[in-house]
Design a protein around this ligand. Structure first.
Ligand SMILES: [Zn+2]
Length: 505
């Protein structure tokens, strides 16, 4: 009794920490399904992309989609995994109304990739989460529930699905959210998946337990199934972690169980308890040969490895001296980032160029986006990517470099540079031609500016006296007058210097 009291007391006062692991399911970007030639396509009319194989009819044989195997191995390489010499497919047996075979083909104990890690920005630093494995399986169909009946659509049945399992290295809701976004960025950059959340291409199971802070033992694992948004994962964890801690603090005991997230109510609810791997009676699929990647096959996959998004961002900051915000834009918008790198071949003014691309060009492209499908009947609205838009640019990358040079040499004021950019975008004319035709060149000739300064001083004795009696701000007023007299063309820094010199005489 005494011992129980102490344990109870401890439970009430001690701090707890969360231990989180994620299982992320990702639909792969293949043309056809995993075991048959049906199209892997979203949004087709129900049951139009089906055949005897994906409907699980008797007597059919699956044939593995090699591109799906390649994309899984590629994911392994992008996530610093080991690619085992042999992978095999197993049957996971359970009843599922939208899976006609009553088993799912997956990889049980010999997956396509193991033992990796992913690094991402978190809390102002870098976080690393270990990856247990990435394996290949198949998606199931989809049920629809109407008022008086239900419908089944098997278009999704047999779509290649990859599961990425993390080690329980995540410690909180925000960290889980950042991890998922980093993973998604990597998969999109690598061309593994479009990761379109709206189309259900990424879903997640969350394993979360809590334990006394500093303890090494894991608490009872509670799984939250079938999350279809990253913000949902974050909200579910924000609910579930305090729920578990509160239960333990009250002296309760948690048991291994599966819960579902009710997004509307903002709570998790228990679905079932205790479920073990042996309940699924996994066994090797007798219809599929184990897969042993050859060196040549792996070399081909390795040639598809791309620079990781985080490495790209870090490189843009390091090589071009860009602020984190601009580098982040070029990390996410690969086409714009590539374009930037193209322009840097013609100029050393990297920051000025980045600034124009991130602010001015992006704003222009956003306006421009609507006009492309009309101009190009081959293009549908959803396909108007930055890649596509950059093809339509009227000006050349060299013109961007020329514009940066005009700013650097102070030939153009920043407001005049905006005008030149606008016209360049619309007409494709070179900046030099625009400056010449519209007389936009900044006046840096001292004699000319001096005349404007004299005029401004003579016309405004009040501010002149203010400045002389110590009100430094009066100089800005006089500088404004000089800009006005010069119709905005005087070099403002030079105008300030000359005014100050004259007033201090
Ligand atoms: Zn099929």
């Amino acid at each position: 009794m005494f011992l129980r009291t102490i344990l109870w007391f401890n439970a009430r006062t001690m701090d707890y920490e969360a231990v989180i692991g994620l299982e992320t399911h990702v639909q792969l970007k293949t043309k056809s399904k995993m075991w048959c030639g049906c199209a892997n396509e979203f949004g087709a009319p129900p049951n139009t992309n089906v055949c005897p194989v994906c409907l699980g009819l008797p007597g059919v044989l699956p044939v593995a989609n090699e591109e799906a195997l390649r994309l899984t191995a590629l994911t392994g390489l992008l996530l610093n995994c080991r690619i085992p010499g042999l992978a095999k497919f197993d049957r996971k047996n359970y009843f599922y109304p939208d899976m006609p075979k009553n088993y799912q083909i997956t990889q049980y104990d010999q997956p396509s990739a193991t033992d990796g890690w992913v690094e991402f920005e978190f809390n102002g630093g870098l976080a690393r989460v270990r990856i247990t494995r990435a394996h290949l399986e198949e998606d199931v169909g989809k049920s629809f529930h109407f008022e008086r009946h239900s419908g089944l659509d098997f278009n999704r049945a047999g779509v290649p699905l990859m599961e990425i399992v993390s080690e329980p290295d995540l410690t909180g809701a925000d960290m889980a959210y950042e991890y998922l976004n980093a993973l998604k960025d990597i998969l999109i950059h690598g061309g593994v998946s479009d990761c379109d959340m709206e189309k259900g291409m990424v879903r997640c199971d969350v394993n979360v337990s809590v334990r006394p802070a500093g303890s090494r033992e894991l608490g009872a694992k509670i799984e939250i199934k079938n999350m279809n948004s990253f913000s949902g994962v974050r909200r579910a964890l924000e609910f579930e972690i305090p729920r578990q801690i509160a239960a333990l603090k009250k002296g309760g005991k948690l048991i291994q169980s599966t819960r579902r997230w009710d997004d509307t109510a903002g709570v998790t609810e228990e679905m079932r308890t205790k479920e073990h791997a042996h309940d699924y009676r996994y066994f090797p699929d007798p219809d599929l040969m184990p897969f042993a990647p050859t060196e040549a096959w792996l070399a081909e996959v390795r040639s598809r490895v791309v620079e990781l998004p985080l490495a790209r961002k870090q490189r843009f900051m390091r090589e071009y001296g860009l602020p984190a915000g601009d580098a982040e834009v070029f990390k996410n918008d690969v086409a714009l980032g590539n374009y930037f790198e193209g322009v840097t071949k013609h100029t050393k003014s990297h920051k000025a160029i980045a600034n124009f691309l991130v602010n001015n060009l992006r704003a222009k492209l956003a306006e421009f986006r609507q006009s492309i499908p009309a101009a190009d009947p081959q293009t549908k609205e959803g396909e108007v990517t930055t890649f596509k838009m950059l093809d339509y640019l009227r000006f050349k990358p060299e013109h961007m470099a020329e514009l940066a040079a005009l700013i650097d040499t102070k030939t153009l004021s920043s407001s005049a540079a905006q005008q030149v950019f606008s016209e360049m975008f619309e007409t494709g004319k070179s900046p030099a031609a625009i400056v010449r035709d519209r007389g936009l060149a900044q006046v840096s000739d001292e004699g000319t500016i001096e005349k404007f300064c004299d005029e401004a001083i003579a016309a405004h004795p009040g501010p002149v006296n203010d400045f002389k009696s110590g009100k430094a701000a009066a100089l800005n007023f006089l500088k404004g007058q000089v800009m006005k007299l010069s119709k905005g063309k005087a070099n403002p820094a030079l105008a300030g210097e000359i005014l100050e010199r004259k007033l201090k005489d």
